[in-house]
Design a protein around this ligand. Structure first.
Ligand code: SF4
Length: 232
């Protein structure tokens, strides 16, 4: 490691810290405790196994051209038995580097937004419409989305969330099969294959335009209310 340039070492430490924070968020201070905890239901263990097995099946996926340029396939992370599934657009540079969704600045903002409505990342599962980074962070193209959606659908089938939060227009338009503006989709309940779905801004859009924050706050309070009515 001593031969690495200082910038690379800094980056390595930064990603290690993000990874450890994320593992702490997901599993608490002690992973072995979680694995043996009687509080983890048989259903949750089964879902974790199914997700792990599906991840192994698609780890080398080359079904679309994004497979050629990615560093890491970003499968998704969080609670396999989550009742809230959060879906974004696609991995960015930090996610491509680490293989985990929402670990960059937008991810930190997402964690803060979830915390504001009393969710930790341990409570939810987070995934994206496409699992490999589009070059230069462009929007995923229709053929890429079409190839990748079966992977997300499989995850949804395994997790069986009570409600989905779609982040940004790309995620919402894809899941709802429409071309509506984000503004027109906010503030009401939609459904994705019988699962209730709520729409709000993507955290990356909030970083670019903080004026969207009050509306996002309204959206996530609406989400929390719906979640509480669905999950006893
Ligand atoms: S984006 Fe999806 S379909 Fe395309 S290579 Fe990656 S995992 Fe496969």
């Amino acid at each position: 490691m001593s031969d690495l340039p200082i910038e690379e070492i800094r980056k390595l430490f930064a990603f290690t810290r993000v990874y450890l924070d994320q593992q702490h968020d997901l599993f608490g201070p002690s992973l072995p405790d979680l694995i043996t905890s009687p509080e983890i239901t048989v259903d949750a263990r089964k879902k974790a196994e199914l997700l792990d097995s599906y991840y192994k099946q698609i780890a080398n996926c080359q079904n679309c051209k994004l497979g050629k340029t990615r560093k890491n396939l970003v499968f998704g992370s969080g609670n396999p038995d989550a009742k809230l599934l959060v879906i974004g657009e696609g991995p960015g540079a930090d996610e491509d580097e680490t293989g985990y969704p929402f670990v960059g600045r937008a991810g930190q903002l997402l964690t803060a937004i979830l915390k504001a409505i009393n969710f930790t990342r341990q409570d939810v599962y987070i995934a994206n419409i496409v699992k490999c980074r589009p070059p230069q962070n462009r929007k995923p193209e229709p053929d890429e989305v079409a190839e990748c959606m079966p992977h997300l659908k499989k995850q949804i089938e395994i997790i069986r969330p009570a409600i989905i939060l779609a982040l940004g227009a790309t995620a919402a338009n894809t899941l709802l099969a429409n071309a509506d503006s984000l503004g027109s989709m906010r503030g009401r309940i939609h459904t994705f294959e019988n699962t209730p779905l709520v729409v709000t801004y993507h955290p990356a859009a909030l970083l670019r335009n903080p004026n969207y924050k009050p509306e996002t706050w309204q959206d996530v309070q609406f989400l929390r209310k719906q979640y509480d009515s669905l999950v006893q």
